[in-house]
Design a protein around this ligand. Structure first.
Ligand SMILES: [Zn+2]
Length: 345
């Protein structure tokens, strides 16, 4: 288990034992929460699953939606949540957001969402729908799965079994994440080619194409937001490039789906991928809102920071209602954000 995962595990255990999260009032829980989901599919129990944090089962989605409503949260559209945030009216809310337009959103998540009559927002990168962008983090996973050893710079990683593969993935992933966007893409491409992974085939297998997205759009529960053209970390590319990525993704999405898509999600979305200049850019380009992956609840103060909204990721490594309750209490984020309600710097 990685150090970070051990620390999160220790944190959850501490909250669970002490019951601290049950003492949290609305001061920590805020006006509501925007939840992040990626993949939803039945568990496949692969031993090497470095992206498992990005997927939950349909059964857990079902249980989570029941729990949200039982906790007094209204599951609403992003537009309705922003209206409540700005006006100060209405009950506490939860917004469900799904990133990247994976096929399993239509196949496994939609039936659950429909059963709960729960509206949701899908953030789509047109380059994935058109098969011209890359799921580099999945390419890396596939490469590590197939190779028995990996040479990177002067280092050689043995990747013969699940334990070695997991350890190598963690090191290689963060080594590449520390590089600029092109170096990251090039670095993954070398390993992927060596392993014989076809990047377009990967996207085709995992992501909805335009026909699939248009079918999804026939559900009255579905909302769509832009997620850049090719899914780069916007802070790691030139400003004019970032501007084009953001503006074009909205234009193409609106043209292909024939509806307005005024909301944006920053790809990757952590502080190294989106900061104050990207927040300002999203506002200048006329987006109604933009979400990050910085963790936190939505507080009244966020009405003045609609282009730097935090989200709470429903993490596949912690698929139990206890952990969800701890997240929904807002208590872990207050610690994470060192007492700040707004983290937009
Ligand atoms: Zn994404």
């Amino acid at each position: 288990m990685s150090l970070k995962r051990q620390m999160v595990a220790a944190g959850f255990a501490l909250f669970r034992r002490a019951g601290l999260h049950r003492l949290a009032g609305d001061g920590l829980r805020g006006r509501g929460v925007i939840l992040t989901f990626h993949r939803v599919r039945p568990a496949d129990d692969k031993e090497f699953a470095p992206n498992a944090l990005l997927e939950i089962t349909p059964g857990f989605l079902d249980a989570a939606l029941t729990r949200l409503r039982a906790s007094g949260l209204d599951i609403v559209t992003l537009d309705e949540a922003l209206r409540r945030l700005v006006s100060g009216e209405g009950a506490r809310f939860a917004v469900l957001t799904f990133d990247d337009g994976f096929r399993d959103l239509a196949e496994h998540a939609l039936p659950v969402l429909e059963r709960h009559r729960a509206p949701f927002m899908a953030y789509i990168a047109p380059g994935l729908a058109s098969r011209t962008a890359r799921l580099w983090w999945v390419e890396l996973e596939e490469a590590v799965r197939r190779l028995d050893s990996i040479e990177l710079g002067r280092q050689i990683f043995l990747t013969r079994d699940a334990r070695e593969k997991s350890a190598a993935f963690e090191k290689i992933y963060w080594f590449l994440r520390a590089q600029g966007e092109q170096a990251l893409l090039d670095g993954v491409a070398v390993l992927r080619d060596r392993a014989g992974v076809d990047p377009a085939d990967l996207v085709d297998r995992l992501c909805l194409d335009w026909d699939g997205l248009r079918r999804l759009a026939t559900s009255e529960l579905a909302g769509f937001g832009a997620h850049s053209m090719t899914h780069p970390r916007l802070r790691q590319i030139a400003e004019d490039q970032a501007r084009a990525e953001m503006a074009c993704s909205r234009e193409v999405l609106e043209r292909e789906l024939g509806r307005s898509c005024p909301h944006f999600a920053y790809p990757v979305g952590d502080p190294s991928s989106a900061g104050p200049s990207e927040f300002a850019l999203a506002e200048k380009l006329g987006f109604a809102s933009a979400v990050t992956t910085r963790p936190g609840m939505i507080f009244p103060e966020h009405a003045a920071h609609l282009h730097a909204l935090p989200r709470v990721s429903v993490n596949g490594l912690w698929q139990d209602i206890d952990s969800l309750d701890i997240l929904l209490s807002g208590a872990p984020f207050l610690l994470w954000n060192r007492g700040r309600r707004v983290n937009a710097a």
